[in-house]
Ligand binder design. Structure first.
Ligand code: GDP
Ligand code: MN
Length: 392
């Protein structure tokens, strides 16, 4: 789950990270009030959408004086902001963050993420902040330093210092080393306590008055840990998320939309991956990843069918369920009932293996839906039948 910059900064500040003073506004008059309360001559008006690259897209405006704040807030609120992360349609801006302007001496980069390979939390840090870090990684990977933190030990003070020196803040001002190290500790504590999968500060800035400040903040949370962070769940902005993925998550289904034409309904993430691979092997393209989990009841199957077919690209659905704990005949009954209940318009190919698979065959055949709802023997045959169905 993602949140907005202003929300991320609010959380990071609770952990002691320095962020610019500011507040969020949903109209220009409110933006002006915030600018007034900040007192300074220069403010920055920043579009709040989940995607990055707002600066280049015209969503971040340094504003001198209250008139400029009002003008820029007017332009940005309500605009359809297009960045390299939003896709060509862009994202509508509902709010702006109004912050005190910073006297920036240097823009740096730092982020924290889970590194599965080393089973650690890794800090990425670079002196090349502000611009696209992907470009830095591709062209000058030596400019990104990595510090691996064993989560069972935690971030040790010398590692925080390593990052500060790696960012060469001492070359700007030796007094900045300790506050930078402290900021890294704050970021690490927030990352662990809030169960994040990513914390990214780009840019992290050094200012003319010798401060180190998180000028931008991106925070992503591990969905599997959200159950213990009710306060984080409340920050969810459904307007920023794919509507179908939201419906799926509310129904407790793991759904990810893809670009192909064969919808997949599978139990188990590994089996779902295998199913997608086999569809590709037969020359098809999966339209989605969908894991119905261990309980393939009629209700869940119906919801899954509805979600899959809300994608207009879907021309056929492949159901691949292994009956380990669930009985295949019960699943088959659920599929037939759901198929009729929502009056499916696309053909469905079913492969059921495991407990009571033979009975399941009888249930599907007994439904008498012909080619619209057919049972296949084995996953390869099922994938072949699904690919053949979209060619008809
Ligand atoms: P992003 O483009 O979505 O990543 O948005 P950022 O928050 O990173 O802002 C983009 C750029 O705007 C930064 O890299 C800075 O160069 C600039 N910027 C943001 N806030 C300030 C500020 O307070 N003062 C100045 N001078 N520039 C700022
Ligand atoms: Mn940024």
């Amino acid at each position: 789950m993602k949140i907005h910059e202003y929300q991320a900064k609010h959380i990071l500040a609770k952990y002691g990270a320095s962020v610019p003073r500011g507040d969020v506004a949903d109209n220009p008059a409110q933006a002006v009030e915030i600018a007034k309360s900040l007192g300074g001559e220069v403010c920055v008006v920043k579009a709040q959408i989940h995607a990055g690259g707002r600066g280049k897209g015209g969503g971040v405006k340094v504003s001198k004086g209250l008139d400029a704040v009002e003008e820029n807030a007017k332009t940005i609120i309500g605009m359809q902001l297009v960045t390299h992360q939003t896709g060509p349609v862009g994202q509508k801006v509902k709010r702006v963050l109004v912050e005190e302007g910073m006297d920036i001496v240097k823009e740096l980069y730092c982020s924290l993420l889970v590194d599965r390979g080393s089973q650690t939390i890794v800090f990425l840090a670079s002196t090349e902040g502000g611009m696209d870090i992907e470009e830095v990684a591709a062209k000058t990977p030596e400019k990104i330093i990595k510090i691996f933190v064993d989560p069972t030990i935690g971030l040790r003070p010398y590692q925080a210092m390593q990052i500060a020196y790696g960012l060469k803040v001492d070359e700007v001002n030796p007094k900045l080393v300790r506050p930078t190290a402290n900021l890294m500790t704050s970021l690490y504590n927030a990352f662990i306590s809030e169960d994040c999968s990513l914390v990214e500060i780009n840019p992290l800035v050094l200012t003319g008055d010798a401060r180190v400040i998180a000028l931008d903040a991106k925070m992503t949370f591990d969905d599997s840990a959200l159950f213990r962070h009710n306060d984080v769940v409340e920050l969810r902005d459904f307007d920023e998320e794919d509507a179908t993925e939201v419906e799926a998550s509310q129904a407790d289904l793991s759904y990810i939309k893809l670009d192909g034409s064969i919808g997949c309904m599978v139990n188990g993430a590994g089996l779902a991956m295998g199913t997608m691979d086999i569809i590709k092997e037969f020359g098809g393209e999966p339209a989605n990843f969908l894991d119905v989990g261990g309980t393939a009841t009629q209700e869940r199957v119906a919801t899954a069918f509805r979600i899959i077919t809300s994608d207009p690209n879907v021309k056929c659905i492949l159901v691949n369920i292994f009956g380990g704990i669930v009985r295949c005949d019960v699943v088959a009954e659920g599929i037939v009932a759901a198929f009729k209940q929502i009056n499916l318009q696309v053909p469905v190919v079913v492969r059921l293996a495991g407990t009571n698979a033979e009975k399941a065959h009888e249930v599907i055949a007994g439904a008498g839906m012909g080619d619209k709802l057919q049972m296949a023997e084995g996953l390869r045959n099922a994938a072949e039948a699904a690919v053949a169905a979209i060619k008809n």
